[in-house]
Design a protein around this ligand. Structure first.
Ligand SMILES: [Zn+2]
Length: 409
């Protein structure tokens, strides 16, 4: 992996001589100079908000990277997908422009960038942000998110990287690495398809320069983006919990795919600290962590046991676990149980809080009756009520266990 990155970077350094020269000239900022060699660029492009000279310089720098990204990747123009990403993205962009936030890492503030959102035809669950507010989302990420809340979480996070100028901070901070060296390095890292999170991808090349310092760097930028994203999301129609459920689910995926070679990131697991910081941030902001309202795949559902049979009984079901099938009033009872269980799960249930009533005919969670077994249920199952309640308790414990494992890192 490391070797591959180096090769990619070398390729870019060799291939970008021309561009490097252009950037070398821009090192002493030429005020408001429009993009050089703008063959494919619309000449009428005038940003709506008042950008400072520095902002414009940053946007121009970003455009150079974007040009290369567009050469490497195919952009998806599907109207429905783009409508979704832009609708959510622009709501958040507007909030970001009007919400000066304090940076834990990077630069505080709310630069008035015109944020843009494009979808890359690629199956990776990935997104990245380029200085100046150019945000790219891979198609794989759109397939992976469970709700608009989760997508909003990701987009807010990417906006925060640009708003707090994370990449530019690094470029400026590191006097040893000049811009003309940085650009090919950034590109090489970006296009080398390193399976890491977004800034880590962008900064992979830089990491090669300063491995010693990097361990905390990537983490700080990511955490800053997460916390800043929360600030934006709080003002939006979307729940900040979406960012948390997205990352928790992503962490599970990463665990399920041990073949991912983290290469130089092996010492830098992507999610544990971030998820911890996000949970803490949500708690401090008094935002209840109701995962099941945000992420439908985490919900206990009531559904017909058989899709084909219209008269089929309903089952209460969660991720491979059948919890209960009420024999009569099946739909109504199953839905009621699923709904109660979701609320209880979001509030947090301990194993010992799942109990059986003293007569053995009801399952109680935190003292609340979750299911009562009727005679018809007994007949249907061919079991005593006590056997059925024991079975339900066991299923709920399995559910809790799988939930616990899911959230462990
Ligand atoms: Zn990030």
């Amino acid at each position: 992996m490391k070797k591959m990155i180096w090769l990619t970077i070398a390729g870019f350094i060799l291939g970008l001589g021309n561009l490097s020269t252009v950037l070398a000239q821009q090192e002493t900022p030429v005020p408001a100079q429009p993009a050089v060699q703008g063959e494919g660029q619309p000449p009428t492009e005038t940003p709506k908000p008042e950008l400072s000279e520095r902002d414009r310089d940053e946007v121009e720098y970003g455009k150079k990277i974007v040009e290369q990204v567009l050469k490497e990747y195919k952009i998806i123009d599907d109207p429905a997908l783009n409508e979704r990403v832009n609708r959510i993205g622009q709501i958040l962009a507007e909030i970001a422009r009007n919400t000066p936030t304090e940076a834990h890492w990077g630069e505080s503030g709310s630069p008035p960038f015109e944020y843009s959102f494009k979808i890359i035809d690629d199956k990776d669950v990935n997104a990245f942000s380029i200085p100046g507010g150019f945000i790219f989302v891979h198609k794989g990420l759109l397939d992976f998110v469970n709700s608009d809340h989760e997508l909003a979480g990701v987009l807010a996070h990417e906006i925060a990287h640009a708003a707090h100028r994370h990449v530019m901070t690094l470029v400026r901070e590191d006097g040893k690495v000049s811009r003309q060296v940085m650009l090919p390095v950034l590109l090489g890292a970006l296009l080398g398809r390193v399976p890491a999170n977004d800034t880590m991808t962008l900064l992979a090349g830089t990491q090669l320069y300063r491995i010693a310092k990097m361990n905390s760097f990537g983490q700080e930028a990511e955490t800053d983006s997460d916390l800043t994203a929360m600030e934006y999301l709080k003002k939006s129609p979307y729940s900040a919990v979406g960012l948390l459920t997205f990352m928790e689910r992503l962490a599970v995926e990463e665990r399920r795919k041990p073949q991912i070679d983290w290469g130089i990131y092996r010492t830098h697991p992507p999610s544990k600290e971030r998820v911890g910081a996000l949970r803490k941030g949500l708690q401090e902001a008094n935002i209840p962590i109701r995962r099941r309202e945000i992420s439908p795949s985490l919900r206990v559902v009531a559904r017909p046991e058989s899709e084909e049979d219209a008269n089929s009984v309903y089952e209460v079901y969660y991720d491979g676990i059948q919890i209960f099938k009420p024999a009569t009033d099946s739909k109504q009872r199953a839905e009621q149980m699923a709904s109660r269980l979701n609320t209880l799960l979001d509030d947090g249930i301990e194993m010992f809080e799942v109990r059986i009533s003293s007569d053995g005919t009801a399952v109680l969670v935190k003292g609340e009756e979750l299911a009562r077994i009727t005679d018809s249920d007994s007949v249907y199952y061919g079991k005593s009520p006590q056997e059925i309640t024991a079975q339900i308790r066991e299923s709920i414990r399995r559910l809790l266990w799988s939930d616990t494992v899911r959230l462990l890192y």
